[in-house]
Design a protein around this ligand. Structure first.
Ligand SMILES: NC(=O)c1ccc[n+]([C@@H]2O[C@H](COP(=O)([O-])OP(=O)(O)OC[C@H]3O[C@@H](n4cnc5c(N)ncnc54)[C@H](OP(=O)(O)O)[C@@H]3O)[C@@H](O)[C@H]2O)c1
Length: 392
């Protein structure tokens, strides 16, 4: 397989490059704005299989040149670029994956379905951990039931040692700040609607050592697609995040201070928005942290509850996804996001995805083989089915 990874030196992209090479011996073109950073990624994986290039995904000509001879493009750059990169992929007739369109973007991307069908390609939207694995979990749970009423998704993470210092996000600070400031979408009584950010407070039990966490609605793309593509009468879909205490305090403070603003301010003779400033600041901090040899016992947990009916009686299927960090393959919260696009790219290149068009993961990825592939990377999926009985 020849794969083009865009945003290949990012926290997620760099790990996807590694999985493509380690698992599939893929021929990878690692593309990013900064050539030196992708050269580092190539050196750290396999310089014989990874070709670093400088690429600005916003440059149409450069994108179309980079897409020549490629089987799949894996978009690991910021979600704001999805539409541009997906449009280029459709034009070039190249299969496509991304890490999520942040609800509104996903709805826009789905409108290009016919163009992708006509091009004979598949664009798999939001195939990371969440969105991504959670969408496939929703489909797996629904497969066990005759009808579905509610799909509730939860996510949390943490470390064995309780952290006290300010938090470092495991994914793009831009997305984190957007999550803390933009209205989430949910499906309620069969209708898509927006609700206030950080509303819907609820307590949910996650695997130990996390235990009970308080979770809130934040903007995510699962509710944009799951009721429509899973069907079976699904009336409610929501995504809630259970922040560890320190992370909640750090990110909420940054959001309240206005770091989500895109308004350009004059600083030292130049102009920069608070959001671009904090992106650059964290990118620098994350690159330095990547060279640290310290190993933290860090975990990432996902929970998807699908409730409905089986044989006329109430039933629930819960899927837990557990990932721990690994000395060789890196932090859990980045690994469980970086691996799904790599598996999907392999399936797309081998013709194992039999649908074309612009599709969310629940519509085109077969859950069981997908979970088995995750298991090979120590991303563990457990399924619990509870079916009621009546004896009267
Ligand atoms: N589905 C999920 O489970 C999930 C989980 C986590 C994250 N995400 C999403 O994944 C995306 C990437 O996250 P991340 O943590 O890897 O972010 P990141 O570390 O900031 O990486 C993004 C990369 O994209 C590059 N980039 C930005 N603009 C570009 C352009 N015009 N052309 C080419 N490359 C460009 C950046 O380059 P520079 O640094 O040089 O600017 C950076 O290397 C985010 O949108 C995030 O929301 C999804």
């Amino acid at each position: 397989m020849k794969a083009l990874v865009v945003g290949a030196s990012g926290q997620i992209g760099a790990m996807t490059v590694r999985d493509l090479v380690d698992r599939y011996r893929a021929d990878v073109v690692a593309a990013d704005l900064n050539l030196e950073k992708v050269k580092d990624v190539a050196r750290a994986t396999n310089p014989n299989l990874v070709t670093p290039i400088r690429l600005n995904a916003m440059d149409e000509k450069a994108m179309s040149k980079a897409l020549k001879g490629v089987d799949v493009v894996l978009n690991s750059a910021w979600y704001e670029l999805n539409m541009k990169i997906m449009t280029a992929a459709i034009k070039a007739g190249v299969h496509y994956t991304d890490l999520g369109g942040f609800y509104d973007g996903t709805l826009k991307q789905l409108k290009l379905n016919k163009k992708a069908v006509d091009a004979g390609i598949t664009c798999v939207l939001g195939i990371g951990s969440t969105p991504g694995i959670t969408n496939v979990c929703g489909a797996a749970g629904a497969n066990k039931l005759d009808s579905v009423d509610n799909i509730s998704i939860y996510c949390t993470w943490g470390t064995k040692k309780k952290a006290t210092e300010a938090a470092m996000p495991a994914y793009s600070i831009r997305t984190v700040i957007d999550e803390m400031t933009q209205e989430p979408g949910i499906v309620d009584k069969g209708k898509k609607m927006k609700v206030p950010v950080l509303s819907g407070e609820t307590s949910v039990t996650m695997p130990e050592p996390s235990g009970k966490v308080i979770a809130y609605y934040i903007k995510h793309s699962e509710p944009a697609t799951m009721a429509d593509y899973i069907g079976k009468g699904t009336k409610h879909v929501s995504f809630r995040i259970g922040f560890p205490e320190v992370d909640f305090a750090t990110f909420k403070t940054l959001a309240e201070l206005g770091f989500g603003s895109e308004k350009k301010l004059s600083i030292g003779g130049g102009k920069c928005s608070p959001k671009d400033f904090i992106t650059a600041m964290y990118t620098d901090a994350v690159s330095s942290a990547r060279h640290s040899t310290e190993v933290v016992d860090e975990y990432d947990y996902l929970r998807t509850d699908v409730t409905g009916k089986k044989d006329g009686l109430p039933a629930r299927c819960t899927l837990f996804v557990r990932t721990w960090n690994d000395r060789k393959t890196g932090l859990s919260s980045a690994r469980d996001t970086a691996v799904p696009p790599s598996i999907t790219a392999d399936w797309l290149a081998k013709g194992k995805v039999d649908k074309t068009g612009v599709l969310p993961p629940e519509a085109c990825l077969d859950p069981e083989p997908f979970f088995k592939e995750l298991g090979k990377r120590k991303i563990l999926v457990d399924e619990e089915l509870q079916v009621s009985s009546k004896f009267y």
